[in-house]
Every structure is written in structure tokens, then in C-alpha cells.
Design a binder for this molecule. Structure first.
Ligand SMILES: *Cc1c(COP(=O)(O)O)cnc(C)c1O
Length: 377
């Protein structure tokens, strides 16, 4: 089954109880047992719920894993994955991972004796040098945020194999439509489903897929023990959103490609970061490991003043955090998502004051170009 067909026919096929074509919202906490321990597969909705199960099966199917898990947010998903590991474990983590991932590792899990070292994951030698005897996992995002740097997942998976580490990939930016980290050697894939998978700025959710049944059992144990599960209503909204992932991602990418090329030709833009541009340093790796380049672009307008000018003038780009929805969004990382990073560190990472990040929506691209044109003028 090809991806677009899988997005329509993957996972659970409707509702066997009624023949309903879509899985209904099973808004229920508990299930009648015919005798003690005699039930139809569901006992209590923290442990399992049919609507949540449908989205869990569906993401497992489209990521090519054996088991999926739905959580109340991307951060609940990431935290639950970290809880698979014991006190004293060390993680090697990408130095440009999502701010919330950095925060939960350095301000929460550090208290429980889980240690993280942050490295440039595009540098294979740097990763090798960071692995210690107690290292248990490598965690990365590709392309990363906001500079869209590309990490070679397969190359990193050779290191994780050799050192018996788990490779954990946050696939939020690419989505399973473009990139399947499990097929490239990762063990665990994480999504903030709040972004492209939901796609309509109306649900906060997280998904995890594992490649191995035993790991799936362990993660189910954590999910049920800690309890950060996705509710039935949100599971249903997510299912509804994900069915159109294919058509949405095609539009996001087409629009982003056009916009990136348009931006790259302008003399008043210092730099454009988009993996689809042949000048992007990660272009070849991205072309090899993914089927598309996604809908995220960052570009440098030169100064904070100019960035603010653009932000205040755009009409079709909504000033907001988050990404991956049908409507175009715009942000200035140095003042928004990455404001908590000290200015010095931001400069080191290349997150300049004039850097503008856009999540390209599925509006008519001509309107988006005209809008940016007048905002930059
Ligand atoms: C938003 C995001 C998260 C966190 O997800 P929430 O659903 O907001 O909890 C994690 N990773 C990436 C790459 C994200 O963009």
C-alpha cells in the first residue's frame, strides 16, 4: 500500500460494532466485565480506549512500526519515552532540539538522575566522542528548528547499533508522509501531533511509535502507570486531521518550495534556510532520507527592526508559536520560541535577531508571496 492509500485505509477500519465508516468517539472511562477479568479487550480508559487505540494503530501503521501510543501532548510523549530509562542513564541529544525537550531534560529529568549532553548531531564524530559507558540513547530532530539543519539518521543509527543505544527521532517537522525514521534505523519515533498531524490548530497531542514488541510492552507499562494519555475526543480529532495529511503535506511543500526560491532571489534577504534549496548544506542527505522537504522555512532579514517590520505588516501569516497548520504562521525565534536561550548561545547556534521562521500554510502561494513582498518593502 502506498502512503496516500495507507493514510486513508491504514489502522482500524471503522467500527465493527455498528459498521460506522469512521471510528466513533468512545467517551467512556470504564467497561462492563462479564466476569472478573472477562472483558472485550478494554477495562479502563487510561489503560486502553477504542478511539485512542484507533489513532495508536494508525500511527504505528503509517510510521512502519509495531505499536503506537497517544499522549496528551508532544511533551507527555517525550517524557514517557525518557521514563523508559533508569536513574543514572545518559542521553546524547541534539543541540537544537525543541526548547521543551531541552527544558524537561535539564530541569526535570536531571532531578531523577538522567543526564543529557547536547551536541551537533550533524557531526558524527562529535556524537561518537560524547558516548559514555552509561549512555543509553541518542535523541535528535531532523530537520531541526529553527535553522532546518539536517542529520543523517542512518549514519547515526550505525553509532547507536554499535554502542547498543536506542535511537530516538522526533519526526514532527517531516511527518511520516515524508520521512520514516524507523526504516532508517531508529528505534523510537516521536511526534508532536499538535503540529502537522493534527494540522488544524485545534488539538494538542503526542504520538510515539516503536519498532520492537518488547519495547512496546515497556512503553505501554509507562503510559498506563504515568497516565498522560490522549482523551477520546482529541484522539478522534487527530484521526480526522491525519486522514488529509498527504494532500496537506503536498500543498505545504509546494508552497514552501516556491516561497524559498522567491526569498533566495531577493537581495534584501541575507540567508534562506530550507532543505529543499540545492544550496542548503543538508540538501543531499534530506533528498536521500526523506521523500519531501517539508513546509518550514527560516530566513534572515538582517536586523531585529526589520523582522519586527515584517511581523507587523503581514496579513496572511499569523504571528504565533507552533507550526504545521493549514494557516501560515510567522515567528521570530530569538524573541519567541528561543528567547530563553542566552543571547551568546543563540549567536553560537546562528539564531540571529533578524531570523524569521515561517510555517507555510496551504493558502494560494501567490497571495503568500504578495503578502511577504509588501511586508518586506
Ligand atoms: C511542539 C513540539 C514539541 C512539543 O509538543 P507539544 O505537543 O507542544 O507538547 C516537541 N517537538 C517538536 C519538534 C515540536 O515542534
Amino acid at each position: 500500500m502506498r502512503m496516500k492509500t495507507k493514510l486513508i485505509h491504514g489502522g482500524v477500519d471503522g467500527d465493527p460494532a455498528t459498521g460506522a465508516v469512521t471510528v466513533p468517539i468512545y467517551q467512556v472511562s470504564t467497561y462492563k466485565q462479564e466476569g472478573i477479568g472477562k472483558h472485550k479487550g478494554y477495562e479502563y480508559s487510561r489503560t486502553g480506549n477504542p478511539t485512542r487505540f484507533a489513532v495508536e494503530q494508525y500511527i504505528a501503521d503509517i510510521e512502519g512500526g509495531v505499536r503506537g501510543f497517544a499522549f496528551a501532548s508532544g511533551m507527555a510523549a517525550i517524557s514517557s519515552v525518557v521514563m523508559l530509562f533508569d536513574q543514572g542513564s545518559h542521553f546524547v541529544v541534539g543541540n537544537d532540539v525543541y526548547g521543551g525537550t531541552f527544558r524537561v531534560l535539564t530541569k526535570v529529568f536531571n532531578r531523577f538522575g538522567i543526564e543529557a549532553t547536547f551536541v551537533d548531531t550533524t557531526d558524527v564524530e562529535a556524537i561518537k566522542a560524547t558516548v559514555k559507558p552509561n549512555t543509553k540513547a541518542i535523541m535528535l530532530e531532523t530537520p531541526s528548528n529553527p535553522l532546518l539543519t539536517v542529520t543523517d539518521i542512518e549514519a547515526i543509527s550505525h553509532i547507536s547499533r554499535e554502542h547498543h543505544l536506542y535511537l530516538i527521532v522526533d519526526n514532527t517537522f517531516m511527518t511520516p508522509y515524508w520521512q520514516n525514521p524507523l526504516a532508517l534505523g531508529a528505534d523510537i519515533v516521536i511526534h508532536s501531533a499538535t503540529k502537522y498531524l493534527g494540522g488544524h490548530s485545534d488539538v494538542v497531542a503526542g504520538l510515539v511509535v516503536v519498532k520492537d514488541q518488547a519495547l512496546g510492552d515497556e512503553l505501554h507499562f509507562i503510559q498506563n502507570s504515568v497516565g498522560g494519555v490522549l482523551g477520546p475526543q482529541d484522539s478522534w480529532l487527530l484521526l480526522r486531521g491525519m486522514k488529509t495529511l498527504g494532500v496537506r503535506m503536498e500543498e505545504h511543500e509546494q508552497n514552501a518550495g516556491r516561497l524559498a526560491e522567491w526569498l533566495a532571489q531577493r537581495s534584501d534577504i541575507e540567508r534562506v534556510f530550507y532543505p529543499g534549496l540545492s544550496t542548503h548544506p543538508g540538501h543531499e542527505i534530506a533528498a536521500r532520507q526523506a521523500r519531501g522537504f517539508g513546509g518550514m522555512i527560516s530566513f534572515d532579514v538582517g536586523s531585529l527592526e526589520r523582522a519586527n517590520q515584517v511581523l507587523s505588516r503581514v496579513k496572511f501569516f499569523t504571528l504565533a508559536e507552533s507550526l504545521g497548520a493549514v494557516e501560515s504562521l510567522i515567528s521570530v525565534p530569538a524573541q519567541m520560541t528561543h528567547a530563553s536561550i542566552p543571547a551568546e548561545r543563540r549567536a553560537e547556534l546562528g539564531i540571529t535577531d533578524g531570523l524569521v521562521r515561517i510555517s507555510v500554510g496551504i493558502e494560494d502561494v501567490e497571495d503568500l508571496i504578495e503578502d511577504l513582498e509588501q511586508a518586506l518593502a
